[in-house]
Each structure stands twice: as C-alpha cells, then as structure tokens.
Design a protein around this ligand. Sequence first.
Ligand SMILES: O=c1ccn([C@H]2C[C@H](O)[C@@H](CO)O2)c(=O)[nH]1
Ligand SMILES: [Zn+2]
Length: 135
Amino acid sequence: MDKLTLLNKAKEIREKAYTPYSHFKVGAVLLTKSGNLYTGCNIENAAYPVTCCAERVAIFKAISEGETEFNEMAVVADTKRPVPPCGSCRQVMSEFFSKDTRIHTANLLDEVKTVTMDALLPYSFESDDLNEDKE
Ligand SMILES: O=c1ccn([C@H]2C[C@H](O)[C@@H](CO)O2)c(=O)[nH]1
Ligand SMILES: [Zn+2]
C-alpha cells in the first residue's frame, strides 16, 4: 500500500488519542499481509505508566483479532522530526515484525522517515535467546 495512504490514516486516527496528561497525540496504522488495516492511538491514564502507545494499541488490536503477519506500519505525531517509536514499542514490534518490515514515521509537516525493523531495534532480544532447552 502507498505509504502516504497509511500516514494519512494515521493522522486521522491520531485525533482520537486520549491524552489529558501529556496532550501529545500519536496515531498508528498497521497493514496486515492479508490487506487489513488496524489503527491505534495512545491512551493515557491517571496512573501515568499504565499509558499505552499508539503503536502497541494497533499491534494488540490486530493480534487479538487473530492477525499475525504484517507488511508495514505508519506512525504520526506532532514532532520536529518524524516521530521515533519508544523502546517498549520497538520491542513489541520486533516480536511480530520481520527484520525487513518497514515502519514509516512522520510528523505533521509531512516529513517522513522510513526505517526497517532491524534498523529500529538491532541486536534485539528474541524468542531464540530464551534457550528453553538448557537447564
Ligand atoms: O512513539 C510514541 C511515543 C510516545 N507515545 C505516547 C505515549 C504518551 O501517551 C505520550 C507522551 O510520551 O505519547 C506514543 O504513543 N508513541
Ligand atoms: Zn511506545
């Protein structure tokens, strides 16, 4: 799918963000291999750390609907540079994305930076590292 289509959808969903504390709104869109779109916005909480980022909301919505294969993601926020996803979201993305999955990040000035999963989180901890057969 065209990255601008995904980014425009992310901009639209960003308006739904629940951000009474930071007033920092983020929108995310996830495209599955089957061609479905899952959207997410950040959802904050009076207990601040309970907040969930837009990226993880989109991924968790998709997983909970039985989708496990993804093509690309788009993320938008009102930042000076295309918004860099936080470390927790990078780890969650790496659980479900391939090394070459592209993440389109952007700001409201329509500056776009596309990065692969591997570039976003190199040398990531993954299931193979659990070494479950050792004891
Ligand atoms: O990539 C990001 C970075 C931050 N946030 C949210 C978390 C919190 O609600 C607010 C400020 O950190 O922005 C996201 O949703 N995605
Ligand atoms: Zn995050």
